[in-house]
Design a protein around this ligand. Structure first.
Ligand code: NOJ
Length: 553
């Protein structure tokens, strides 16, 4: 192998999670609270359940935990419809439980990131109730986007914007006397009215909400729809249908407007005013890696999810291009890149990569995990990926909860990943034990049924089995901590046959074979870990199909 330098980003050496800049190469584990662990047997995961299972995460070797929303909410969109930003929903526990969880996590050396949902509130938030009760033009309506309708009788929505979940982005209100009134904007479900960030009251309220959780000790925020808070002046028509899809990259008058950056700058000042290294992570859908990098300029947020990588197909050329573009874009502003393969909004990656064969999907998912953990920057893991869980694709419709399913198409068959009603399929509760009512998820059942085959995928079944996906993740995360060349820092590409990626970091090489057949390479060094068994022959190594290996050099 000869070295061909294509990317070399000068960044600082690897850090421990105690030092400033811990986030630059942190491995952050996403806990979807409803589906992680249930302490009280009601079939729904909760904060106590998460706390009891924190040793699993510390043992796995991650640096931080991101908790999805556990705030008071009618759960019209899995808690991304918040009715009280300072309260814990009784479904998930109490404020005391949140406090205990943060304390225990810190004792175990884990940072805690919580979600903040600033683009919209719940329609049950006191502000929205007040707004509905107010008159058109009233002060309570100025916190949201209320507009008169178009048409002779205001019977048409104020503009042609569509909801991300399907259908118009506007719902008409009814006045106190029963007559049809103004319309309000909701880029997501009708139960999620968009807040108007031109309102000083809205800005001040969110500063206070951030302070509330920072005072409780959280280490940062994952900012929901961080690209959506500012809408283009005059709310102009778009002129066509088929607008935003979940995790999209379209240029739209309601997403990625330049005005959002000023909000993020002010939040950065707030975060920096707290002791410790508290961080902001943007869930931002931007058209390009360059636009996304604007969110992580030195005076803005610390990280942004790299959805370009998540959406990349299993193809060496495409992967290398996304990796290069991501590193160049974030490198230009001095920020680390993030690597994300799955989350609670997309089809789990073993299923995305399967191409009709679940075995192939799992092989590729294991290889992708080793690739991403070898890349410079920070990695996000979605709960259950360390078990190799596939998407559950046969959930009965009557159990589904995803609003996208009900609004996109009645049969949920429109074929758009994440929009086809299958967001529930990546949210099925985790299997912890081989047997038991909900495979150890809790003492009761589980809000979505777990497939029987998950017995063999449980934490219990995989622990101690050297070939298991769980042990692969444990091994990779342990090595990532040990090897100074991994985490933050520089990388370069090595020459490799078509379909193979070989990347080099100080003292380290990672080889990925994306092809459906094995490939023979000169032995790059001492094998550290591989996602499939390697075989050797006189100075060469056979890298199995759809596999990845780590080497010490
Ligand atoms: C992104 C969240 O990840 C998703 O689950 C939610 O539906 C939307 N934002 C709206 O809050």
């Amino acid at each position: 192998m000869t070295q061909e330098l294509t990317t070399s980003l000068a960044t600082e050496p690897a850090r421990s999670s105690e030092s400033p800049g811990w986030w630059r190469d942190a491995v952050i584990y996403q806990v979807y609270v409803r589906s992680f662990a249930d302490s009280d047997g009601d079939g729904i995961g909760d904060l106590r359940g998460v706390r009891e299972r924190l040793p699993h995460l510390a043992g796995l070797g991650v640096d931080a935990v991101w908790l999805t929303p556990f705030y008071a909410s009618p759960q019209a969109d899995g808690g991304y419809d918040v009715a009280d930003y300072r309260a814990v929903d009784p479904l998930f526990g109490s404020l005391g439980d949140a406090d205990d969880l943060v304390r225990t996590a810190h004792e175990l050396g884990l940072k805690v990131i919580v979600d903040v949902v600033p683009n919209h509130s719940s329609d049950q938030h006191p502000w929205f109730r007040e707004a509905l009760a107010d008159r058109p033009g009233g002060a309570a309506r100025a916190r949201y986007h209320f507009r008169p309708g178009r048409g002779a009788h205001g019977e048409l929505p104020p503009n042609d914007w569509e909801s991300v979940f399907g259908g118009p982005a506007w719902t008409r209100t009814t006045d106190p006397d029963g007559t049809p009134g103004e319309w309000y904007l909701h880029l997501f479900a009708p139960q999620q009215p968009d807040l108007d960030w031109d309102s000083a009251e809205v800005r001040a309220e969110f500063d206070s909400v951030l302070r509330f959780w920072l005072d409780l000790g959280v280490d940062g925020f994952r900012i929901d729809v961080a690209h959506g808070m500012v809408k283009a002046a005059g709310l102009p028509d778009i002129g066509h249908t088929e607008q935003a899809k979940l995790i999209g990259s379209q240029v739209l008058p309601f997403f990625d407007q330049d005005g959002v950056h000023e909000i993020h700058r002010s939040w950065r000042r707030l975060l920096d005013s707290y002791p410790g290294d508290r961080i902001g992570v943007a869930e931002a859908w931007a058209p390009t890696a360059e636009r996304l990098a604007l969110y992580v300029r030195p005076d803005e947020l610390h990280q942004a999810f790299n959805f370009q990588f998540l959406k990349c197909p299993w193809d060496a050329v495409a992967m290398r291009q996304v990796i290069d573009e991501s590193l160049a874009a974030t490198g230009s502003v001095g920020a680390p890149t993030t690597w994300v393969l799955s989350n609670h909004d997309v089809v789990r990656h073993p299923t995305r990569y399967a191409d009709g064969s679940p075995e192939r999907g799992l092989a590729r998912a294991r290889a992708a995990a080793l690739l991403t953990l070898a890349l410079p920057g920070s990695s996000y893991l979605y709960q259950g990926e360390e078990l190799g869980l596939p998407e559950v694709t046969d959930l009965p419709d009557e159990l589904r909860q995803d609003p996208a399913f009900f609004r996109t198409s009645p049969d949920g068959q429109d074929g758009q990943g994440g929009q086809d009603g299958f967001r529930d399929g990546c949210r099925v509760p985790l299997p912890w034990t081989r047997s038991g009512k909900s495979h150890g998820f809790g003492p009761g059942g589980s809000w979505l049924p777990q497939p029987d085959t998950w017995s063999g995928l449980s934490v219990e079944a995989q622990t101690g089995d050297p070939d298991s996906t769980l042990e692969l993740y444990r091994g990779a995360l342990a090595l990532r901590r040990e090897l100074p060349g991994l985490g933050d820092g520089a990388m370069s590409w090595l020459q490799a046959p078509a379909g193979v990626l070989a990347l080099s970091r100080p003292g380290f090489v990672c080889t990925l074979n994306t092809l459906g057949e094995e490939i023979e390479l000169p032995v790059p060094g001492r094998a550290l870990l591989s996602s499939a068994p390697l075989t050797y022959e006189a100075g060469t190594v056979c890298i199995p199909p759809d596999s990845c290996a780590w080497w010490a050099i």
